[in-house]
Design a binder for this molecule. Sequence first.
Ligand SMILES: [Zn+2]
Length: 357
Amino acid sequence: MLIDLHNDVAMKLLSHGVSLFRSGGKLHIDAEKIRKSRPDALFCACYSDPNFLGEDAMEVVRAQIRILRENFGHPESPAEIALSFGDLDRISSAGKTAAILTVEGGYAIRDRLEPLEELFRHGVRLLTLTHSMATDWAGSDADQPGRGLTTFGEKVIAKLNELGIIVDVAHASTETQLAAARCSRAPIVYSHGGVRSLVASSRSIADEAIRAIAEKGGVIAMSFYPPHLMKSPELDPVWLNRVMKKMQIVVEDPSVSQLEKFKCLARMFEEEQPPDNPHAGLGVLADNFDHVIELVGDDFVALGSDYDGIPYTCTRIEDLSKIRRIADYLRSRGYSDGRIEKICGLNAKRVIEAVLR
Ligand SMILES: [Zn+2]
């Protein structure tokens, strides 16, 4: 069983104007790479950039849903969109990959629950509550780490539970993660990041939140991006300032449509990388697995690559075609076959079965 809980391939398809079949070698995930690694399920995110709110956010999400539908609906597609656990079972038994649509960032919601119904109708089956900015109803760890869920935020969780959409607390503040675990009636997930005891950043999860998610029967999925998994140098303030200014100019340009702005920001996000990012092998990924296992056992760890949302990965798993090397590495590190199966897919499958009806 192989399930990856997070990728951003939709953003790449849109911003580069390419397809899974003609990717120009630009993508971590394409049709050939899916065929090679044959995952049972890939969670494909539609990235909701926090600079776009309400209907503007919905527009960029819809554009990514359309592009995923076109690609996965292609007659030669090795993957097919799954709407339920039954779909996943049927698609993976037929030797194909189930693509599960997700939205990364609840910025379309504002103060209304109706957008959630629309997303569900479009086939979305997981919502990452926030990205790098808080919403009115949930704190992001990047900008408002002290804030949790408001009463309306609790209603969002209840609506997600009612619809059968998985609640994802990656990027959210610890307060939001704990509150979501407390009020959700279904298991919740942390879809991509590292553990805070190894790397103190807004992209890592604290032990108390790991415990709360595990108690709920959810999973904590590790990304493949070294800066999420190990100590990195502080971001250079001069670099950060320059990038923020460049982004602001795009955001405030009245002559460009929202969708063009989104594509431009996505390409900028890809091009502008911090200069001293650390590189690492699979050992740091396994260190993060080990920490979660020591804390809560091996039933709650999973994979959340962040392919096509990160500029580079741990060595040896540079794109989806190489993802099965993780199992080989974990075996060499002394993990049992049973434990490897759980991390690489069975744990995530349990959550899908519990939430996607
Ligand atoms: Zn992310």
